[in-house]
Design a protein around this ligand. Sequence first.
Ligand SMILES: *[C@@H]1O[C@H](CO)[C@@H](O)[C@H](O)[C@H]1NC(C)=O
Ligand SMILES: *[C@@H]1O[C@H](CO)[C@@H](O)[C@H](O)[C@H]1NC(C)=O
Ligand SMILES: *[C@@H]1O[C@H](CO)[C@@H](O)[C@H](O)[C@H]1NC(C)=O
Length: 688
Amino acid sequence: MLGLASRDYHKFIISILPATALLLVYITLIPRRKSSTNTFPLIVDENSVSSLSSRVVVILLIGVGLETCLFGFSLSNLVVAIAPGVGKALSWVFLIRTTQQTSVAVATAIQTVGITATIDLSVLSTHMQAILCISSTVFALGQLVHMLPKQMKYKQVVWILPLLVIVPYMENTVAISSLKSAAQLSFDGSPDHPVEAIVNSAKDGFENMKRVQSQSYIAAHNEYTRRYGVEPPPGFQAWYEFAVSNNSPIIDEFDTMTKGILPFLRLSGKEVMEMMNSLQNDTRSEIWDCTFGTREAQTRCSHSHRYWDRHIQWMFNTLLGNLQIEVPNIRFFVNHLDEPRVVVPPRLTEKGHYQDRWLSLRNFSHQSVYDAIIKPCATDKNGYQSEKNDALTFGLPFITNFSSAMDLCQHPEYEHQHGLIMSPVSFKLIEGPVPVLSTGTLSTMADILYPSPAYLEPEFQYEESSDIPWDEKVNKLYWAGSTTGGFATDGNWRSYHRQRFISLCQNLGNRQHSYLQKSDGYIKRIKSSILDRRLFDVFFTRIFQCTWKQCKNQRNFFSLKSWAHKDEALRSKLVFDIDGNGISGRYYKLLASKSTPLKQTLLKEWHDDRLIPWVHYVPVSQSMDELPELILYLTSTQRGQQRAKEIAEQGHEWFRKAFRTVDFSIYTYRMLLELARLQDPAREAVMR
Ligand SMILES: *[C@@H]1O[C@H](CO)[C@@H](O)[C@H](O)[C@H]1NC(C)=O
Ligand SMILES: *[C@@H]1O[C@H](CO)[C@@H](O)[C@H](O)[C@H]1NC(C)=O
Ligand SMILES: *[C@@H]1O[C@H](CO)[C@@H](O)[C@H](O)[C@H]1NC(C)=O
């Protein structure tokens, strides 16, 4: 009925168990005349009463036991869980007491009321469902009133019960519709919403970027030298020709990769190899040692004690195996873990050389990595300054500068906002200057970024046939997934990124949301506890990465869905994507689709230069304080809907141009050229 999720089953048990138990207690204790026609076949005569009451005690004990299993034993839990049920049961007991005749039908009616009256109407996806739910409550009550004896007084009092459900529901509905109409009144008439200005400037930036890509090898060469202050690596011309012949829309935008590799030039080629050898020497290093052979253009990877490389070797061979490319034989290290690995604490000589070549391995499993990973911030001239753009965004943290939003040095609050920082699953940190390839990294870390093999795996591919046109999609934000992202050993899970996201969207806890409204021509920020739950189809489907107790607490805290189809997201207009333990493998499916991806991430990826926030996807801040307003705008105003649709189309288009398998090859080819130069034994250290 109404697709009861597991949480509703819990509620069902909560409300039904004590009610039923108390009903039984009461029935047991009713004094009975022997001659009366007994409507309860359970009760045969007075002698059986004592055995029945012992049965009731057992049932009660089972009830409390079950409660304890589900929610853990704590008095407050128990009171909160049982109180409504007890209240309900007592009122029914009162009603029944005043009657002389009770029947099993009454108990059934009570149960029906119990179930329907405890469903949270504001979560149901349509008003129709809510009306159905209320109607069945009313119907069951009608049945009940009808069954009660005519002479009974005050029985009309039961009609208060549906009011207790209907009144808050109506109140909520009215508040939500007034929020929506205020948003429409404020922003449909003129493009004053901050999202408009941000989107327009992002679009201009993107058009400009496409226009200025180098049109000749000389131009590309000069652009490289201008950006990075060094010559391009040997083989660059052949790479350029390869990129052009494959219609790469991107020629110059490789800052994320290049700026990740260039700092290692402080070591000479020999020193780089020494560092790699000493890392490889350590069995705790947990890295894959790969070699690329020029002659057959094949990559081979090995590990000191593992066999399953999570498709690393397969990916390199898929991307480069059949190409005639000119890369010397090289060796490179790949990290197969989801988490980033390398931090290079600032230990430089006055001339900018690394002071010494040290290497240390540390295990941060289930511990905060914050202090270790912000060490590089010490040399950052900005220190802890963050760029605030409050005037443009009316105090809401809409992302206006992506790199600044990702920067740990500018955001000390991230220490307590992300599971990967607070309590990572493994986090085997390598401290020291050694090049290691990872799929995602944090702003202060030194992993070199390569495209995740997950993006090429069949499971994560977008198929047009499983998508539907924009107009047929439901006007909601969708996300379903598990509690990856941090390991919960204590109550801190409430601050992990995924948990914060779900509890915001499920409106758990008494929080105030910010919305923008125009009054007298000025945009103001208002606070409200109202969140339209219907706009958020957001659930955990699996609770894990937690101690037994914290798993149980989380199961109790969140509304869960037992299962979600892998393409369910594509049925919604807005689809969310959020970091797990590392990068999110499902992102490209969302990007390629006809839905609008909203993305929250702290992890840099290989694609950061080619994927433009507010053009191809909608970025969401770590605090998510702007999310309620953002979703209201994108779903409930015409202008916002238009923006969302445009972003969906732009992402869909760009994905087909800039995220082809050959685009991965172009990136990987250029990366190998950089790595080959880095470890060229003839290369001297560069002072930078
Ligand atoms: C690797 O370990 C071996 C023996 O454990 C040692 O002799 C060798 O010097 C080490 N190599 C490096 C580069 O640290
Ligand atoms: C890392 O630490 C965790 C928890 O302290 C421990 O379970 C794990 O075995 C450690 N791993 C290594 C490789 O030492
Ligand atoms: C974004 O922030 C960075 C600092 O994190 C700054 O260097 C850059 O100029 C900013 N970009 C824009 C467009 O303001």
